[in-house]
Design a protein around this ligand. Structure first.
Ligand SMILES: Nc1nc2c(ncn2[C@@H]2O[C@H](COP(=O)(O)OP(=O)(O)OP(=O)(O)O)[C@@H](O)[C@H]2O)c(=O)[nH]1
Ligand SMILES: [Mg+2]
Length: 300
């Protein structure tokens, strides 16, 4: 139900799904549109594992962005199937879909994402990472190629990281939202609580600081979260699938884990606006990603 009704008759509000193949910059875009780092990002594909909402309230409009895991069809696992399902489900009941594409290359995975779109949906193509395109003339044929994929209502070249053309993209989105009172208070930035954000920040540092194997064998859970005045005491458990991964995560004399925890704590302090005392434990939990039932236990 709308939070406030009658005072702004011309208000627009609606849900905007952000979809695309892994690593195209969906979460970076959501963060840029919201103006706060609420969704974690990294160079590694499938960093995002949950549906997470970012809220941006402007004069006359509120966009509720639904960030999703990267949709991919190449690697099959119970977790990947789950991530694809989250991405697919996010397309239901939204007012606008933003398909994020990479200006430097269009792949079969991009086409697979576009095939998920119902024909009737209002879809905008955000062609991201234009800062990496040195030959701007190469952009035009790419945009023409994208126009062939789907009847997009707009195709907007952007750089989510550099902030290029984001207000243009936002304009295209907001004008297509239905007339409605805002669904969230104006200062809400996400639907997720601090516990979730804290766990995600630890997972982000693992994705950023480790190689290609361990992040995918890892999940994170909050064990304790207590607020004492301005101080938050947070205990987080990182689960890995094997003892060898635990050793890699800890690093020599625990140095790697220390770096992960320090960076995660600094980000938490900034995001929550207060001091954080963070403890991180690493436990081996064989098969945490093996079945739907065990994934559900870990919040997937
Ligand atoms: N050069 C450049 N890099 C970008 C841009 N946007 C995002 N990136 C980088 O691309 C990588 C992936 O970004 P994410 O936002 O995590 O991508 P994602 O689509 O959410 O990825 P998944 O959640 O794994 O599906 C990160 O290293 C970002 O810093 C951009 O506009 N330009
Ligand atoms: Mg993401």
């Amino acid at each position: 139900m709308p939070v406030s009704g009658a005072e702004s008759p011309a208000f627009r509000c609606g849900h905007v799904a952000i979809v695309g193949r892994p690593s195209v910059g969906k979460s970076t875009l959501v963060n840029a549109l919201v103006g706060e780092r609420i969704s974690i990002t990294s160079k590694k594909p499938q960093t995002t594992r949950h549906r997470i909402v970012g809220i941006a309230t402007r004069p006359g409009a509120q966009a509720i962005y639904v960030d999703t895991p990267g949709f991919q069809t190449r690697h099959h696992s119970v977790l990947n199937d789950r991530l694809n399902r989250i991405a697919r489900d996010a397309l239901a009941d939204v007012d606008v879909v933003v398909v994020v594409l990479d200006a430097t290359r269009l792949t079969e995975a991009d086409r697979a994402v576009v095939r998920l779109l119902p024909r009737s949906v209002t879809a905008i193509a955000a062609v991201n990472k234009i800062d990496l395109v040195t030959d701007k003339a190469a952009l035009l044929p790419r945009l023409a190629q994208i126009a062939e994929l789907f009847p997009f209502v707009a195709i907007v070249p952007i750089s989510a990281e550099a902030g290029t053309q984001l207000s243009h993209l936002e304009g295209e989105i907001l004008t297509r939202l239905p007339m409605s009172a805002p669904l969230y208070p104006a200062d809400d930035l996400t639907d997720r609580d601090e516990r979730f954000l804290a766990a995600e920040l630890v997972r982000e540092k693992i994705f950023r600081l480790l190689g290609d194997e361990v992040p995918y064998a890892t999940t994170v859970a909050v064990e304790s979260f207590a607020v004492e005045g301005g101080l938050r005491r947070i205990g987080i458990v990182v689960y890995v699938a094997k003892a060898s991964q635990r050793a890699i995560l800890l690093g020599e004399g625990g140095a790697r884990m220390k770096a992960i925890a320090t960076r995660a704590r600094q980000d938490m302090e900034r995001l929550f606006g207060g001091k954080v005392f963070l403890e991180v434990f690493v436990r081996v939990q064989r098969g945490w990603a093996a079945t739907d039932a065990s994934l559900a236990r870990f919040g997937y």
